[in-house]
Design a protein around this ligand. Structure first.
Ligand SMILES: [Fe+2]
Length: 248
């Protein structure tokens, strides 16, 4: 089985379409690690497309916030404003869909899916201080996570060697192949489709070939100007419009 792993789409339809285009023919099932909506200008179209294409979707913090299941006190003012806008825009059936999304961890054959971490769906795993305990406590070899919008992840070898996995900051197309080794544990982030924050504005995703035990990371350019124009039309906050082109 080959899986297309998507995360943090954030209502960016142009980015999502390009990811599906570049991944075409390379996968059999689509999995999503949450944050379908929030920030971007196309919440309904993105939810619609994911309902059509994804086999498994778990919820992210923005999904919870945008369907009213979580308050936005902890969000910065721009994220808060975008959440209120998204709540207004979402159709009732898509709100109902977001409300019934399961939290992670979701157990799949030979791996797990989470939004933040196995312990806490809202935790950010960014530094070794967060990644090492998470790797030590995970009960499966491979966990896919999102939430940080940083493509790559971490590994811990049988000998206890910790390593960060990163795809480089300016690349496009196929970025990196990772062959899983027996005895090594992996925490893998496919990157963010709709709002990357690793200094590379290009939409990110990963393909997991379960039979070959291989993960391939990708980036693709998309029509950023159109997404930004839609955000301007919707009067979404200017800093959210600008950050897309810097990948921040
Ligand atoms: Fe996110």
């Amino acid at each position: 089985m080959r899986y297309l792993i998507l995360s943090d789409i954030h209502a960016n339809l142009e980015a999502l379409e390009k990811c599906l285009e570049l991944a075409r023919g390379k996968y059999q099932k689509v999995l999503c690690l949450g944050d379908l909506v929030g920030y971007g200008p196309d919440p309904n179209a993105v939810v619609e497309m994911m309902r059509r294409t994804a086999s498994v979707v778990i919820r992210g913090n923005h999904d919870k916030a945008c369907c009213g299941m979580m308050n936005v006190d902890d969000f910065n003012p721009w994220a808060r404003q975008a959440t209120y806008w998204t709540r207004e825009m979402l159709s009732p059936k898509h709100i109902a869909f977001l409300r019934q999304l399961a939290p992670g961890p979701c157990t799949m054959p030979g791996f797990e899916m989470v939004h933040g971490s196995v312990e806490n769906e809202d935790q950010y795993i960014i530094e070794p201080a967060e990644a090492i305990p998470a790797l030590r406590s995970q009960s499966v070899q491979l966990v896919f996570f999102g939430h940080t919008h940083l493509q790559g992840g971490f590994l811990l070898s049988r000998a206890g060697v910790f390593q960060k996995i990163s795809g480089g900051s300016r690349a496009s197309g196929h970025i990196l192949t990772l062959d899983l080794e027996d005895g090594t544990r992996y925490l893998i982030n496919p990157g963010s489709v709709g709002q990357p924050r690793d200094g590379n504005w290009r939409a990110a995703f990963a393909i997991f070939d379960e039979t070959k035990r291989r993960i391939d990371f990708y980036r693709t350019e998309y029509d950023l100007a159109t997404t930004q124009e839609k955000m301007s039309q919707a009067r979404l906050p200017e800093p959210l419009i600008q950050r897309l082109e810097f990948g921040r």
